[in-house]
Design a protein around this ligand. Structure first.
Ligand SMILES: Nc1nc2c(c(=O)[nH]1)N[C@H]1C(S)=C(S)[C@@H](COP(=O)(O)O)O[C@H]1N2
Ligand SMILES: [Mo]
Length: 459
């Protein structure tokens, strides 16, 4: 089906195309939808339908295909690590956010405890690669801008469908970028939950991405095959010519080139490298951490054994020196009787050390040497030697992260600790004094600080 009078992409064409109907009698031979459609076509929002504004001679199927190929390789790891992170949050325990996702629920499985750096790698890739791809996404949007902004929205039903998918695709990817970037900064500004928004936004994007791939990959391959990469990249700025006109991408009245195609791709790649350089330090740590300028958390976390990033300070959590003083007790539940331990009691038990990372969902991570009591020893003491799960509660009264449920493998691992010390010193109040959980490959958020209760469950 073709919309009558719809072959319009430019404002001058538009006025020409519609004026006939505007003057005469209303076009009764067309139904209501067509009249509505014509009204939409006449009311062009600012910026739309001005294909003559897009005059860069670089724009064309080749540049779009190169950028598309980079995203085709780069985005799937971001998507997969994002979904894995959701799985690591333990949907089977109802801890995952958003809690209720209906049929979008991923198949439940036990998140492994080995290798210990698994979640660190997962989130490093998700956040790091996600950030590095932002310039590529923006360049890709620039390269197809005349198409995205063409007006009227479509000439045929098929095109209308394509544009709706594009709306979801572009809207989805921008939404994921904006919510993701704001969440890794200190102040997340939206009134809605980041996790819920980012999760549902991801599925909108994934759906549109898959449709887009099915529709566009054949053309991408055809275009890339039909031109020599070496030749396209080897062309100097002066010799740069527009590609042969084949669709709405190539400018009909191109301006003089200000950049070669190689220059444009270098610019985008340089932007990605810069973002990478300003980000990597947060995952790699050590001397590279101060360079992680884009990620304010933990760049300046002091010196000494406790000098590593702090997610939530004791002050923010309302934890005082008084409440963690001599009156502090650890309560163990789930066995035949309630067990209470004070700090001296915990120190009197067998101590074990493990070098383990804390890896936050936000992408930053840091590896430290922790020591304390094995969780499985506490389970035995509580009278539940083979727990199916354990619920850990913090003294922190409110907040989303004041409790966590651990799986059986996360309790029984010999390196899973209720840590009392880090790097040979007592835990600082900000890092969870008197006691905090540290478990290999566990998302940072479940390494509960200021623990006051553990309930071991045998079912
Ligand atoms: N009680 C409590 N424990 C908590 C949190 C919290 O807000 N409250 N934040 C968690 C998050 S999101 C992370 S990434 C780690 C960070 O540990 P750190 O602050 O010692 O580096 O602690 C986790 N434990
Ligand atoms: Mo975190």
């Amino acid at each position: 089906m073709t919309f009558p009078g719809g072959a319009v992409s430019d404002e001058s064409d538009a006025s020409r195309g519609w004026s006939r109907d505007d003057q005469g009698t209303p076009p009764d031979e067309f139904g209501f939808p067509v009249r509505v459609w014509r009204m939409v076509a006449r009311h062009r929002p600012p910026g739309f339908g001005r294909s003559r504004l897009w005059r860069s001679p670089l724009r064309g199927p080749w540049l779009t295909s190169v950028l598309g190929a980079v995203l085709l390789l780069g985005l799937p790891p971001v998507i997969i690590t994002g979904l894995l992170s959701y799985a690591a949050y333990g949907p089977q325990f109802g801890q995952a956010m958003p809690p209720e996702v209906g049929w979008l629920r991923l198949p439940p499985f036990d998140w492994p405890v080995r290798p210990a750096w698994l979640y660190r790698l997962n989130q490093g890739v998700h956040v790091g690669l996600g950030l590095v791809l932002i310039p590529v996404v923006l360049a890709k949007l620039w390269s197809v801008a005349p198409k995205l902004l063409s007006w009227p929205p479509s000439r045929s039903a098929a095109q209308l469908l394509e544009r709706l998918t594009l709306l979801l695709l572009v809207g989805g990817v921008l939404f994921e970028i904006v919510t993701g970037v704001l969440n890794i900064q200190y102040d997340y500004v939206f009134g809605f939950s980041f996790y819920t928004a980012h999760y549902f936004g991801a599925w909108v994007f994934i759906g549109a991405f898959v449709v887009h791939l099915v529709v566009k990959v054949p053309k991408m391959i055809r275009v890339l095959r039909s031109r020599s990469l070496r030749q396209m990249l080897g062309t100097s700025r002066a010799e740069t010519r527009p590609e042969p006109v084949d669709d709405d991408l190539v400018a009909r009245e191109p301006s003089e080139p200000t950049l070669s195609r190689r220059g444009a791709l270098t610019l985008v790649g340089g932007g990605s490298l810069l973002l990478g350089a300003l980000t990597l330090g947060q995952s790699v740590g050590g001397f590279t951490r101060p360079s992680a300028l884009l990620l304010p958390r933990g760049r300046d976390s002091g010196e000494g054994p406790n000098g590593f990033p702090i997610n939530r300070t004791s002050e923010a959590a309302g934890i005082t020196a008084e409440s963690t003083g001599p009156t502090w007790r650890l309560v163990l539940l789930g066995g035949p009787q309630v067990i209470e331990l004070d700090l001296a009691g915990l120190r009197g038990m067998a101590q074990h050390s493990a070098k383990l990372p804390i890896a936050c969902v936000e992408g930053w991570s840091t590896t430290q040497v922790w020591s304390g009591v094995r969780l499985r020893d506490l389970a035995i003491l509580a009278g539940v030697p083979m727990p199916k799960s354990a619920q850990v509660k913090s003294m922190e009264g409110s907040g989303a992260f004041n409790q966590a449920t651990l799986q059986a493998n996360q309790v029984s691992d010999p390196d899973s600790l209720l840590a009392l010390r880090v790097n040979g010193a007592e835990l600082s109040l900000d890092h969870g004094y008197p006691a905090r959980v540290i478990v290999p490959a566990l998302p940072g958020v479940h390494n509960t600080k200021w623990v006051e209760m553990i309930e071991f469950r045998s079912r």
